[in-house]
Design a protein around this ligand. Structure first.
Ligand code: 57M
Length: 359
């Protein structure tokens, strides 16, 4: 909105030229998102407490989680509200990718919100139910993938990290592929969200990393220089990524140990889907396995644990899955697990950035 209001006035006030620049709008989009979360946070916590949207804690979880019972959840609504407002304020709203990524984020936010509402407010233990949840996730992901597919000139080639000359063209099969990226990331972030600050940290790191990739992919000269697939218009996704990172930082203020609120499925499903959609739009889909490597590790730990558990009728690989519970049960303090997992996440982000040169 700010771009559309002020940039046309640049012919009269040359200073307003600054609104043209993605870099400038990215910084202020991030700061706006951070400040919205920061200032509205206490009010949201109070409201959630008044509405008694307190977390139910499973009996079979690690013992130190029992004291978290009643922590306000669904704080993801604040994160997504802040992302939406900041993107509306600072992004160029004629850009189709901005609308697509907002649609995907909001769609998954609605699914998570209904699930949380049924579980926390209506005290309906199963929430949506696994099948219905997957069905709606698939539907929103399908629509997102089709919208991207029909954007003129959007390439259905897939970029492989480290290999600049291998770019298989999936054609229409790109649609199920993009769905897999979005649904997979959404659920992997959801599984990771089990300790204070554990999921939001790597979300911030991944959003920051994709902020750079979106800028590169959307800049014809830099993309050419770095031999990255150029995606006309994807530069505006830089602004969106900044709002994710900014809102994430604002939320972390309250979600850091000991957490004053949890994001709920409202936050974890939508933030994961947002990252998946960003990876698709910037044509760095496979790279998300490295950027979001921590989410992948957590999801794999669940897949292996559940598979092994079923095959061996009750034996386990880890003390408990997802992996963060394993380390908790080994005696690591919660903040220790969290910060160490962030360190892994930062390392993976740096490795992914190196793919800009190593190819
Ligand atoms: C949701 N949710 C947290 C909070 C958060 C297949 C199976 C492995 C699935 C998995 C599962 O359901 N995972 C997804 C994880 C929950 O947090 C809420 O959920 C939202 C995210 N969706 O925002 O609203 C609990 O996590 C803790 N938490 C924090 N700080 C935070 O900032 O401490 C969350 C956010 C909260 C709080 O305690 O209540 C969760 O863990 O439930 N299931 C599991 O993760 C369960 N694992 C399991 O059963 N493993 C088995 C195998 C064989 C399936 C095994 O290894 O033996 C564990 N989860 C819990 N207890 N709570 C184990 C038992």
């Amino acid at each position: 909105m700010i771009y559309h209001i002020f940039y046309p006035l640049a012919s009269t006030f040359t200073a307003f030229n600054v609104f043209r620049y993605i870099t400038f709008r990215t910084i202020y989009a991030g700061l706006t998102a951070l400040l919205i979360c920061f200032f509205l946070g206490p009010w949201v916590i109070r409201k959630l407490q008044e509405m008694q949207v307190g977390q139910f804690i499973r009996e079979d979880g690690p013992a130190n989680h029992h004291k978290k019972a009643g922590t306000p959840t669904m704080g993801g609504s604040l994160v997504i509200f802040s992302v939406m407002v900041s993107t509306f304020l600072w992004a160029q709203l004629t850009n189709p990718y901005v609308w697509i990524v907002l649609f995907c984020t909001l769609g998954f936010c609605a699914i998570g919100f209904i699930d949380d509402y049924l579980k926390q407010v209506k005290k309906c233990n199963l929430g949506f139910g696994v099948r219905a949840k997957f069905l709606f996730q698939g539907l929103v992901a399908l629509m997102t993938a089709v919208f991207v597919y029909i954007v003129p000139d959007f390439s259905t080639q897939v970029t492989l990290p480290f290999f600049k000359n291998i770019q298989p063209d999936l054609g229409p099969a790109y649609i199920p592929f993009a769905m897999l990226v979005i649904v997979g990331t959404s659920n992997a972030v959801n599984l990771t969200d089990g300790l204070d600050g554990l999921a939001i940290g790597p979300v911030i790191i991944a959003a920051g990393t994709y902020m750079l990739f979106a800028y590169v992919a959307g800049h014809v000269k830099i993309a050419q220089y770095l031999q990255v697939q150029y995606v006309a218009g994807s530069g505006e996704i830089t602004v969106f990524c900044a709002t994710l990172a900014g809102a994430g930082l604002g939320f972390l203020w309250f979600n850091s140990y000991p957490a004053q609120m949890f994001m709920g499925d409202t936050g974890s499903l939508s933030l994961g889907a947002a990252l998946g959609a960003v990876a698709v739009i910037t044509k760095q889909e496979i790279l998300l396995v490295i950027v979001g490597g921590l989410f992948v590790i957590e999801a794999l730990s669940v897949i292996f644990q559940v598979g092994f558990f079923k095959m061996t009728h009750g034996r386990r690989i880890f003390k408990m899955a997802p992996l963060h519970h394993h380390f908790e049960l080994k005696g690591w303090e919660e903040p220790k697990v969290c910060v160490r997992f962030w360190i892994i996440s930062i390392t993976l982000a740096l490795i992914s950035l190196s793919t800009l040169k190593l190819r």
